[in-house]
Design a protein around this ligand. Structure first.
Ligand SMILES: *[C@@H]1O[C@H](CO)[C@@H](O)[C@H](O)[C@H]1NC(C)=O
Ligand SMILES: *[C@@H]1O[C@H](CO)[C@@H](O)[C@H](O)[C@H]1NC(C)=O
Ligand SMILES: *[C@@H]1O[C@H](CO)[C@@H](O)[C@H](O)[C@H]1NC(C)=O
Ligand SMILES: *[C@@H]1O[C@H](CO)[C@@H](O)[C@H](O)[C@H]1NC(C)=O
Ligand SMILES: *[C@@H]1O[C@H](CO)[C@@H](O)[C@H](O)[C@H]1NC(C)=O
Length: 601
């Protein structure tokens, strides 16, 4: 009885807004901003946190400002009451996990969580600036409540909205729509923080950007943009590296035409396409996406998927070539990247997320046949990685050899495990290791790597029961101290995780906020939170921490897989293309013997 009353009391505190006598208020150069003080409770300790929600950082990107880089909101006409979230940006509903009915194109808001405790340094609180994920098509800042993380870690947490989908990324290769607006939104919010966070007690010289999935790719792309110098000093990349293959388009002219055509506009010339998209309502733009996915399934998303583009400014060259570039040329982007401190990581079985795309209604019983693996999954994967390039048969053979359990080569249950491994390696594991290798391959670099593996009580994505490590997104609950929109995401009210997860969460929040404060996940707080010292990552030792029920240190995470994709397959590709060139120049190989340098005799 006493126990359940205590439980009720804690829940009341969590869900009821608690107004202190004094309304928190800060005066910034833009005007006065007032917020609200709330209690949060974590591991039976109560904290006070000041929340400032829904602060506009950009002019509404509507009308003539649609498809333009964001403009600063500017000063407030009167004291701004920041007590409720701004609306989320229009969502493309690729996946139906984040029901978000009430959205608006006027969505460029940020939220600030300031702990009531004094800062760890006289210069002010360190700042953690979060960029949400959702495939650049969905999500919003408000899902991630920074209250617990800011309180337990004693840092300021900032969350933001940025433009998504067509509205965030339309690039038709001209001044009318030059693409990557979403990234410029993130950057403008960072500039806002740089100029104004001092008034909230923040130390603008200790800003860490962090993000998950597309938010993590955003983090790594922002870290590679030298004009960002001074806006932040470190980044945490959770499951998403800019080196993801197959993501970047040169422009989205074809996609823009598809939208226009589907809205019954003329697509004769791009000016007409632009006017059509410029005057369309957000609802009609989103409807093109939902109709397309409804009739063509997930595979149809390529028709409507406006991804980041190589716009020549924010992204100069294809980031997927980073690894090769780092070795072969001097690059201002890579030099800037290495001046920043990186904490990078992936989860145990990231690839499990892609099982959703197989369209099976019972993933627990999923079986993959040898036939499906060889004729659908492997070719699908190579098409994704190598795009338009013709993939030589030998590359497919090597992939089959690599992604087979040779003790049970045709066992459909082993094959489904191998498929998860294949997806995980392509989309997350290899890109992440590439990024860490590139980042740390220089002197005086601070680089850390983690692998988050435990199976949590609640997973964020539908995950079959045979996937015995964490799936994509699973670390988010612990990182935010479970102060998370479980109702919106999983339709679960008042979620309390098991005790071991709360301990795990405290450890992770400590690593994350330590890194934000000192650029070292081991300092300043270590006492009885964690028993291991997280070693730095470098190309020789490749040390990392495995985050589990008990943390441990490991080496060479996905080193073999990375070598296989980046060195072995690349060499085979090059050799095959070389041989083909020689054959076409000098006739068939039967008639001539050709040396490695291309001379034939
Ligand atoms: C949507 O948001 C607007 C502005 O915050 C609000 O006035 C309206 O009531 C909301 N509508 C719904 C259905 O929640
Ligand atoms: C738009 O695309 C959907 C799905 O492919 C299709 O059903 C619909 O007929 C299209 N509308 C127009 C006007 O092209
Ligand atoms: C590190 O850099 C050196 C010099 O550019 C290069 O030869 C080497 O391949 C790089 N190592 C890795 C693991 O990228
Ligand atoms: C997960 O399952 C795989 C394949 O059945 C097995 O090899 C591995 O040891 C398991 N790992 C854990 C952490 O249970
Ligand atoms: C959410 O959960 C409630 C209570 O269990 C249930 O009645 C409701 O149908 C669920 N909503 C959705 C969208 O699944």
């Amino acid at each position: 009885m006493a126990k359940s009353l205590a439980g009720k009391f804690i829940l009341l505190c969590l869900v009821n807004p608690f107004l202190s006598a004094e309304i928190p208020s800060v005066s910034t150069a833009l005007g006065t901003i007032t917020g609200e003080t709330k209690h949060v409770i974590f591991q039976k300790k109560q904290y006070d946190v000041d929340k400032y929600l829904g602060i506009p950082y950009a002019k509404p990107p509507t009308g003539k400002l649609r498809f333009k880089r964001p403009q600063p909101y500017g000063p407030f006409a009167e004291a701004y009451s920041a007590t409720k979230f701004g609306l989320s940006c229009p969502q493309s509903f690729f996946l139906h996990f984040v029901p978000e009915e009430n959205t608006s194109e006027d969505c460029l808001f940020l939220n600030i969580y300031v702990p009531r405790q004094g800062p760890d340094e006289p210069s002010g609180h360190a700042i953690m600036f979060f960029i949400h994920g959702g495939g650049f098509t969905m999500g919003s800042g408000k899902i991630y409540d920074g209250g617990v993380l800011s309180s337990v870690g004693n840092v300021i947490v900032v969350t933001i909205n940025y433009r998504l989908g067509l509205l965030g990324f339309l690039d038709i290769d001209n001044v009318k729509a030059s693409g990557n607006f979403g990234f410029y939104d993130q950057r403008l919010a960072l500039q806002w923080v740089n100029e104004n966070i001092g008034a909230f007690g923040g130390d603008k010289d200790r800003v860490t950007i962090f993000g998950e999935s597309a938010g993590s790719m955003s983090v790594s792309l922002q870290m590679m943009f030298p004009q960002n110098e001074g806006l932040f000093r470190s980044g945490i990349s959770e499951s998403g590296a800019l080196t993801l293959p197959g993501l970047y388009l040169e422009n989205n002219i074809e996609i823009a035409k598809y939208y226009a055509e589907n809205m019954s506009c003329s697509v004769e010339d791009m000016d007409e396409v632009f006017s059509c998209l410029q005057s369309a309502t957000p609802e009609s733009i989103i409807k093109v996406v939902s109709d397309t996915v409804a009739s063509g399934g997930m595979a149809a998303t390529v028709k409507v998927g406006t991804a980041p583009t190589i716009d020549g400014e924010f992204i100069k060259t294809n980031p997927a070539d980073l690894y090769r570039k780092a070795v072969n040329e001097e690059s201002e982007e890579i030099n800037f990247f290495r001046t920043l401190k990186l904490m990078n990581g992936v989860n145990g079985k990231e690839g499990a997320m892609f099982l959703l795309m197989l369209g099976s209604d019972n993933l627990d019983e999923l079986e993959i046949t040898r036939e499906q693996m060889n004729t659908q999954q492997i070719p699908g994967a190579t098409a994704m990685v190598y795009g338009q390039r013709t993939v030589p048969e030998v590359v497919k053979q090597l992939l089959i050899a690599e992604y087979t359990d040779w003790e049970n080569p045709d066992d459909p249950k082993k094959l489904r495990e191998e498929l998860v491994r294949l997806f995980g390696d392509i989309y997350f594991n290899v890109p992440a290791i590439e990024m860490s290798l590139v980042h740390s391959n220089a002197s005086d670099v601070e680089s850390y790597l983690y692998n988050f593996v435990p199976v949590l009580d609640k997973r964020l994505l539908p995950t079959p029961n045979w996937v015995n490590m964490s799936n994509h997104g699973d670390e988010l609950g612990p990182v935010f101290g479970y102060n998370f929109d479980y109702k919106g995401l999983l339709n679960i009210s008042d979620y309390t995780p098991p005790e071991w997860e709360l301990e795990l969460s405290e450890r992770m929040m400590t690593y994350w906020t330590n890194f934000a404060k000192t650029s070292d996940p081991n300092k300043p707080v270590s006492d009885d939170v964690s028993s291991v010292v997280w070693p730095k990552y470098d190309v020789t030792s490749q040390s990392y921490i495995k985050i589990d029920r008990e943390d441990s240190v490991g080496q060479y995470l996905f080193a073999r897989e990375t070598d296989f994709w980046k060195n072995t397959l690349t060499a085979v590709f090059d050799a095959t293309e070389h041989a083909q060139t020689i054959t076409s120049q000098y006739g068939s190989k039967d008639e001539q013997t050709c040396g490695k340098d291309g001379t034939c005799g």
